[in-house]
Design a protein around this ligand. Structure first.
Ligand code: UDX
Length: 432
């Protein structure tokens, strides 16, 4: 099939590359010329394990093309995927759909024969109706159909998630469109992925509800971890104990810092706004947002407690600063509030992240990037393990930290409390 993917961010690039790998002819379009030139040269704008090899392989065999020419790319394709960003509006909580609507306007100028327009960008319920309205101003409704096909890729696991999705959600009541998309996804459904055809609005709500539910699950376990800390119970035992109940399930029950990333914070806020729009008070999700916001302050308070409120001139090392491991994404990482708060109190921060130095911290004099773990931790009074990269799991702290009175705050519970005790290391973790 001939596909055009508009927007080469996370969702667009991964989907485009994987669709081409499944044998389709794919043009990935972006208005950012340098990004497109880099992609043509095999330079990938994001850190995603395995993506570079797939880009190079499929670009070489010419199934995958990169272009800045939207018109040409749309004209050559049967299915157009809208994969542009829908960030939170600057002054508000709802999603900013201007990029999606601009693309819809451009598409409306170009449709001359039947096209399927698929929204993979996360758009709130009724977003698809609005896209249809924009296009139908210039094009007969017989010549296009607008489908919602939400994406559930996790950063760091995106390729695996594309090939082995738990489900494929297709929101359309248009029979022909549904059949075309069923064919497109046949290589995945034949390997066991479930294909669900539903209404467009239901598909849109499924995406938001999934992310809001997962955010709720994490927030729930984080609050139970707070209780564990008071009553000397280990949160890991609780996660295992409740996760084995099949009705609950064991995943997304790892207590840690505030959840972050490009989806959970923005989608929970946008869902509450949708609820308000339709006069429905989504109190659970509102509490989740509030609890997660408090979590960064709570984590900061724990750091103050560990250092007995003596923060001035303390050397604090962060291992990992992105919102989670296996990504270079800083969006809504809890470090973005914790590090400035600590330097305000006089701390000296060293950090190491396997994905390199972050521009977010360059403006701070007392925040230094070390390009290896040993350098980052050697002078530390406190080491904060902020993400769970494998690189952080086998550090010989006793040998590599020169300051003998150091402490560790493991925000991802990757080390064993007992082993740390045996080594006489001052070790603090979450929910313990
Ligand atoms: C998420 C959804 O999982 C994905 O389906 C959606 O399409 C995009 O948003 P992503 O943001 O890449 O994916 O990360 P995810 O692995 O879901 O983690 C999100 C946040 O939750 C991170 O901050 C992570 O550290 C945190 N988390 C996750 C926990 O704190 N505990 C867990 O058990 C799982």
């Amino acid at each position: 099939m001939k596909l055009c993917i508009i927007g080469t961010g996370y969702v667009g690039l991964v989907s485009g590359v994987c669709f081409s790998d499944l044998g389709n002819d794919v043009i990935c379009v972006d208005k950012d010329l340098s990004k497109i030139e880099n992609l043509k040269n095999g330079i990938i704008p994001i850190y995603e394990p395995g993506l570079d090899e797939l880009v190079i392989k499929n670009y070489k065999n010419k199934r995958l093309k990169f272009s800045t020419n939207l018109k040409d790319s749309i004209l050559k394709s049967d299915i157009i995927f809208i994969c542009v960003g829908t960030p939170t509006k600057k002054n508000g909580n709802d999603a900013d759909l201007s990029q999606v609507y601009n693309v819809a306007k451009e598409i409306s100028k170009l449709v001359k024969k039947f096209k399927i327009i698929v929204t993979k960008s996360t758009v709130p319920v009724t977003g698809g109706d609005e896209i249809e309205k924009i296009i139908s101003k210039k094009v007969s409704k017989k010549l296009f159909s607008v489908v919602s096909n939400p994406e559930f890729l996790r950063e760091g696991e995106a390729i695996r998630d594309f090939y082995k999705p738990d489900r494929i959600i297709i929101g359309t009541s248009h029979k022909k469109t549904n059949n075309v998309l069923k064919n497109l996804y046949a290589p995945l459904t034949s390997r066991g992925a479930k294909y669900i055809n539903t209404s467009r609005k239901a598909a849109e709500l499924i995406k938001y509800s999934s992310n809001a539910f997962l955010a709720t699950k994490i927030t729930f376990i984080n609050e139970i971890a707070n209780l564990c800390e008071k009553i000397n119970v280990n949160i890991e035992d609780i996660s295992i104990g409740i996760g084995l109940d099949k009705r609950i399930g064991s995943r997304f029950l790892r207590a840690g810092p505030a959840y972050g990333g490009s989806c959970f914070p923005k989608d929970t806020k946008a869902l509450v706004t949708t609820g308000d729009k339709f006069k429905t008070n989504l109190t659970v999700i509102k509490s989740v947002i509030k609890s997660n916001k408090n979590r960064s302050s709570l984590m900061l308070k724990r750091v103050f407690d560990i250092l007995k409120n003596k923060i001035n001139n303390k050397n604090i090392c962060f291992l990992g600063v992105t919102f989670k491991a296996n990504t270079d994404d800083m969006r809504d990482s809890s470090c973005l509030s914790m590090i400035p708060a600590l330097i305000k109190k006089g701390a000296k921060i060293n950090y190491f992240d396997p994905t390199g130095e972050k521009s977010d911290f360059k403006k701070f004099k007392n925040v230094i990037f070390s390009n290896n773990i040993k350098d980052a931790i050697k002078k530390s009074d406190l080491i904060i393990i902020h993400t769970e990269w494998n690189d952080f799991k086998t550090i010989n702290f006793k040998k590599d930290v020169k300051n003998k009175k150091f402490s560790i705050f493991d925000m991802r519970n990757i080390y064993s409390v007992n082993k740390m005790k045996d080594q006489k290391i001052k070790y603090f973790s979450i929910g313990n």
